[in-house]
Ligand binder design. Structure first.
Ligand code: GLN
Length: 546
């Protein structure tokens, strides 16, 4: 792509966080993609952590994993789900990464004795990484995390300002997302916080061309005029983003609100005519589907659903494509431990997602036992699969000491053991690992998985004998126990270089555990086949029971 043709759209946020900048950036990119452009999205996180890999899910929500094994912000997941493309480690960076790289270069003498400063050295490193992310695309949407006015955001805003100065206004535009709060007592929508936020941006040298105003209610035309005048943007560039019933409705709403005309005008593009027919159909099926099923989601971070973002979105994608709504019954695993499995009666399927640590594990295993013994469709993901094996070994085979060394280092039967132990016994076998700062070897990113012929897994993956899915775990099924559990009916249906990737019970309607995370590859327009097959089975079982 010619550097003189590439366009950049910088998306910043004002007033407060959690305004949906990720969905805004994804939606702008979606409209451009469906208009025929090759589009990329980059998320910049101004925090000092090198990546979110070590952050608590309570602090940060889900850690999204790219195919090349980067642990990234969950917004990268939104970008992939909207755009149906694989992004990489290049599409997310943090202040921590920028400073680490600059300091490392300085230590190696890479700056030839110069004094290293935020301007130009840190800002130059930021600009280099923005360029790197734009290499293969025609339009790069760059989302800056946090809010204008944050101290840690300043070097990034400076980088954006400089890029515009270097490339000019035909190649670079700025979109500012803000909140128009509704003061309930007065029944009034207020524009003042937006005016202040735009003033702050302009003080730094950035004038936004478009304002995306988040609002609970439609904005009266006089308020739009006021925003236009006070924020120095054209009237057609004040785009009102009312709360939408589905995030996938947002690109359609933006188009109706006329967002494409300022983008076309400022970036001097030909008329944009996105084809959203298929997208529109899927959104309609999300909002008013023909059928519904109820799924028990047995987890422990239930007060923070953001930590299961990719999975709940994947259920929406598969549901939309099957024209069914998935009603999620959130089941706290610790409550199952205390109160029993009654909450699982009358559900159409049971899902045990990934997780770390001992808390809630007992309740998850009780849910798995219920699914196994009552022939309820079951999907176990990562930890969910490891627990399915432990449950089977203990309750079906009577190996009472069966455990994961994650929960008991001294266990008599380590049926789930450390990846490092697997590597020590079997050799490296091209496992892409990262030694996490918390200790332990983490297996990350995409791997090929060979599927056993005529298994349920193969049926789910539409007959394919090899697939690729993404991983994030420190522990593995211990192959020393393989013949014992296979003889008893828990079959290995997926493998990768000797690593056990999938287990299923042949005698069960649909009981599958997978070491990978199918949710990371699900997109609205190409849902994950395993999750789709799970939902399809749930629906069939529900219909048969009628
Ligand atoms: N805690 C388990 C492991 O590290 C499972 C991880 C997960 O579910 N993502 O292997």
């Amino acid at each position: 792509m010619d550097n003189n043709q590439r366009r950049y759209i910088f998306v910043t946020g004002g007033v407060l966080s959690s305004l949906g900048k990720g969905i805004t950036s994804s939606s702008i990119a979606t409209l451009l993609k469906h208009s025929g452009f090759k589009v990329g999205v980059l998320k910049i996180d101004p925090y000092i952590n090198v990546d979110p890999g070590t952050m608590s899910p309570f602090e940060h929500g889900e850690v999204f994993v790219t195919y090349d094994g980067a642990e990234t912000d969950l917004d990268i997941g939104h970008y992939e789900r909207f755009l149906d493309v694989n992004f990489s480690s290049k599409n997310n960076f943090t202040t921590g990464q920028i400073y680490s790289a600059v300091i490392e270069r300085e230590r190696k003498g890479g700056y030839l004795g110069k004094t290293i400063q935020i301007v130009p050295h840190i800002v130059d490193e930021i600009k280099d990484r923005i360029r790197l992310a734009s290499e293969e695309v025609e339009v790069l949407v760059v989302e800056l995390g946090g809010t204008v006015g944050d101290i840690e955001g300043l070097p990034f805003l400076e980088a954006m300002r400089e890029i515009k100065q270097e490339l000019g206004s035909r190649q670079v535009m700025s979109v500012h997302v803000t909140l128009i709060p509704l003061i309930k007592a007065a029944g009034e929508l207020k524009t003042k916080p937006t005016q202040h936020s735009v003033q702050e941006l302009r003080r730094i040298g950035i004038t936004p061309q478009v304002i995306i105003a988040r609002s609970e209610k439609p904005l009266p035309s006089e308020l739009k005029k006021k925003l236009s005048l006070s924020c120095d943007v054209n009237l057609d560039s004040v785009i009102v983003a009312e709360d939408a019933p589905s995030i996938y409705q947002v690109p359609i709403n933006f188009m109706r609100e006329g967002l494409l005309s300022p983008i076309t005008r400022y970036l001097q593009l030909e008329k944009l005519e996105p084809n959203l027919n298929d997208w529109d159909r899927l959104v309609k099926q999300i909002l008013s589907p023909k059928e519904e099923v109820t799924l028990a989601f047995v987890g422990k971070y239930l007060n923070l659903k953001e930590s299961y973002k990719s999975l709940t979105e994947a259920l929406i994608h598969s549901g939309a494509n099957l024209d069914i709504r998935v009603n999620i019954k959130w089941c706290d695993s610790e409550e199952i431990e205390n109160k029993g499995v009654e909450v699982l009666e009358y559900v159409d399927g049971i899902l045990v997602p990934g997780g770390f640590g001992m808390r809630g594990v007992k309740g998850k295993m009780e849910a798995i036992r219920y699914a196994r013994e009552n022939d309820v469709p079951f999907l176990g993901i990562c930890l969910g699969m490891q627990l399915a094996l432990i449950e089977f070994m203990r309750n079906h085979l009577g190996v009472l000491g069966a455990d994961s060394v994650e929960f008991d280092k001294e266990t008599s039967d380590p049926v789930v053991y450390l990846i490092q132990d697997f590597i020590d016994q079997n050799g490296e076998k091209q496992i892409r690992t990262k030694t996490s700062p918390m200790g332990g070897t983490m297996r990350l990113g995409e791997y090929e998985c060979q599927i056993k012929a005529n298994s349920r897994l193969q049926d789910a993956y539409q007959g394919y004998s090899s697939i690729k899915e993404r991983h994030r775990h420190r522990y593995e099924v211990n192959p020393a126990y393989r013949s014992q559990f296979e003889t008893a009916g828990l079959i290995v249906s997926g493998e990768s270089n000797g690593l056990i990737e999938a287990l299923e019970i042949a005698e069960h309607t649909w009981f599958i555990g997978v070491q990978f995370h199918p949710e990371f590859t699900s997109r609205l327009q190409s849902p994950n086949p395993l999750i789709t097959s799970f939902l399809k089975t749930m629906l069939n079982c529900k219909k048969q029971a009628r």
